[in-house]
Design a protein around this ligand. Sequence first.
Ligand code: ADP
Ligand code: MG
Length: 668
Amino acid sequence: MKLTDSIQYLKGVGPKSAENFEKLGISNLQDLLLYFPFRYEDFAGRSVFELMDGEKATVIGEVVTPANVQYFGRGRNRLSFKIKQEEAVISVTFFNQPYLADKVELGKEIAVFGKWEQAKQALLGMKIIAQADDGFSPVYHLKEGMKQATLVKAIQAAFDAEVLSDVEENLPDYLLEKYRLMPRQEAIVAMHFPKDMEAHKQALRRVKFEELFYFQMKLQALKNKEKAARFGRKISFDALALQEKQDSLPFELTAAQQKALDEILSDMKSDYHMNRLLQGDVGSGKTVVASLSMYATVLSGLQSALMVPTEILARQHAASLQSTFPELKIALLVSGLKVAERKEILKELKSGAIQMIVGTHALIQEGVEFHDLGLVITDEQHRFGVKQRKTLREKGQNPDVLMMTATPIPRTLAITAFGDMDVSIIDELPQGRQAITTRWVKHEQMPEVLKWIAEELTKKAQVYFISPLIEESEALDLKNAEALYSELTAYFGSQVEIGLLHGRMKNEEKDAIMQDFKSAKLDVLVSTTVIEVGVDVPNATVMVIMDADRFGLSQLHQLRGRVGRGTKKSYAILVANPKSESGKKRMEIMCKTQNGFILAEEDLKMRGSGEIFGLRQSGMPEFLVADLVNDYNILEVARQEALEVFKRPDEPVHRWLIQQSQVEGEFD
Ligand code: ADP
Ligand code: MG
């Protein structure tokens, strides 16, 4: 047989069962051989004292009673016997497998794989393990209509059909030697039927490298292609005018801000099309970098747009841009506008009268047309899907693109996840910032907390209270916020001005409340998570988060980032009586560090790479064996090697690799 032969011609597989293989993406013998298990059932014997109720494991013991089979009629029966492991005697039961009785010999040692039932001190048997297959057996991802045993049999049949020798090596010798990787054919055998732990480990290392290397090859190819094809437009602006504007700001840029700005401006000036991710921790000052880039665009006679995830943020950015650039025509586009107002904005946007625009999703609706859009920026980019960013981009003719994110991603992961982008990082905070002191308190301690806050308030502090989060229910969130608001009003009395902010308010109301808090008319702001991202009130110094364990790490980090934005000492109080271990752990980590990168890594460990930062939205492929978090080191090496290949693409072995990676198909 040949590798390309359809699976249906394999011994034991017919046209009908072939359909079930198809569902797993297996159509020919090669596909089958490369369909690797995602884990292995460990058949090493365990002590029953360490087993948990319901756990599946192998228990080895001496058979102390003869096998007894009871028949119930209709072909149903039960095989039972007892085994002794150290001082424990365990009942073992198998249902409807009477023939196993032959394998149970009184006084002999036996290994039974099964499910542990703690209360009965019994093992519900699933398999008797022969001495020969101790070690482990593969477990494959399945879909309906397919059984593990069927798949294993088919793979065995494929090996029997002797097609393995036709599988070609797809990594060059120099890589195999440099990283001591197992040859491909050997690895395939050891992936399915490892002879021992070490063989399995080496096979896995080889397969992961292969997977990540070709992933990186494709990313590099994509990047090169885009660089070549994507002639963007040159945005030529008056550098002196820009510098003057920068000098007039109330503060100097930090070195990291300046570096990021320079990288952006140099992309904009070139005819290379900018596609850049700007990362910076909460409060690192991304906004001013964005505004100066927008200003440069306007100086060159083009329009620029800033898209943000919430209305509050849109209003805040529009106001701050207008005060930085009073001479410009800057518009705000959100969904709640009056018809006439919206119409006027759309008209002026199309005519080019509006030079900068800030908005929410409203910006990407139909009917929003620009005169000539030169630069598109998205803030908190992970809140937007790939499609939405694309729609905004298509409102112009190949505008430059800048995406900002405050949820920092470890660098390599960022480059990987957003591999066709360039990355700028703001890795320092503006001068004069003090560390935010973070405390975790229990609900019982609220009286003390309130007493302390009352004192802070007499010192003119401004305080946020975040009400508990009720998943999926905005209505309950609101109820919580209202309850908290009345409690605090009752507690602090009329001396303290308290405002309430939530998602269901009308725009003007939200606006008015935020304005009052900004101008310190309000001392306390009780809010739902609507203020989670971006909100900037430098004078606020205390953040109290109720039921903090209901929030994820990155959300807590964002919320805490609402304070510590000025030069005054700031505090975050996490009020929580966590019921889960992970809740407890999150509180501890928050108290320990304020570094967004460390928190992001912890979050990554706790939740896995797919869940966070909208990585899933970013069009990442799913990996068969590799894992971006745990195989980080391999990923980094694979990236280096892929870069090397594209540095000298004409070398024969490199040319061959580039061809190989094209064979593997493109992803979108
Ligand atoms: P983020 O990166 O979280 O979006 P912002 O851009 O909102 O941060 O900036 C946070 C605060 O720091 C704002 O009040 C801003 O005016 C201030 N800020 C930004 N850059 C500097 C700087 N170089 N020096 C002092 N303050 C700055
Ligand atoms: Mg921001």
